[in-house]
Design a binder for this molecule. Structure first.
Ligand SMILES: [Zn+2]
Length: 194
């Protein structure tokens, strides 16, 4: 770009003990820096070897992610804990778009984790069928989709409450003396890949 160093000078800041050098235009996208770098000299504290770094009393480890966002408009953080800290800093520096990006990223990362589930074998079979062969009659010879892995199948029993008195098909049950019975079911532990 055609800007001169006078128009867009290099700014030296020191965030919580860590020095960062960047251009003024990069920083002033943030409301916080816009105010700080306006001609309010009395708001600045200078530190560093040459006393030429503007001191910011915030987390310098997290600031590198903030600065990367200011430079590129994106964040690449993967750890949820770091993302939480980035969001706090984004709020402090007045970067609401970065806050939104952090939220979106947390959501994306949680959705891209493998899930472990406990499900009925019947439901599992249904899921296979819907996904891979919606038109065909149910067949157990279908290949398991790659996104699902059955880790273990086992037989167990489930308690069900049932009425043993006769009804007609359309009539709903109004009897109260229902019996609890144990029904055999097949269960599976399944891993669903992200
Ligand atoms: Zn009944």
């Amino acid at each position: 770009m055609g800007e001169t160093p006078m128009e867009n000078p290099i700014v030296k800041i020191n965030v919580g003990g860590k020095p960062f050098y960047t251009k003024q235009n990069t920083l002033v996208q943030s409301k916080y820096f816009e105010v700080l770098l306006a001609n309010n000299m009395d708001k600045r504290i200078y530190v560093g070897k040459n006393s030429d770094e503007i001191f910011i009393d915030r987390n310098g480890d997290i600031f590198r992610h903030v600065l990367q966002y200011l430079r590129l408009g994106k964040i690449f953080v993967k750890e949820e804990n770091t993302l939480k800290k980035v969001k706090i800093e984004a709020n402090y520096y007045g970067l609401s778009d970065l806050e939104n990006q952090v939220d979106a990223r947390v959501k994306y990362l949680s959705e891209s984790k493998d899930q472990y589930m406990f499900m009925d074998s019947d439901k599992l079979l249904e899921e296979y069928m819907e996904k891979f062969n919606p038109s065909s009659e149910k067949s157990t010879t279908q290949k398991a989709p790659k996104s699902l892995q059955v880790i273990k199948c086992f037989d167990t029993v489930e308690k069900q409450t049932k009425c043993f008195l006769p009804h007609t098909a359309s009539e709903s049950c109004t009897h109260t003396n229902h019996k609890t019975i144990e029904v055999p079911v097949k269960k599976a532990i399944v891993r669903r890949y992200a």
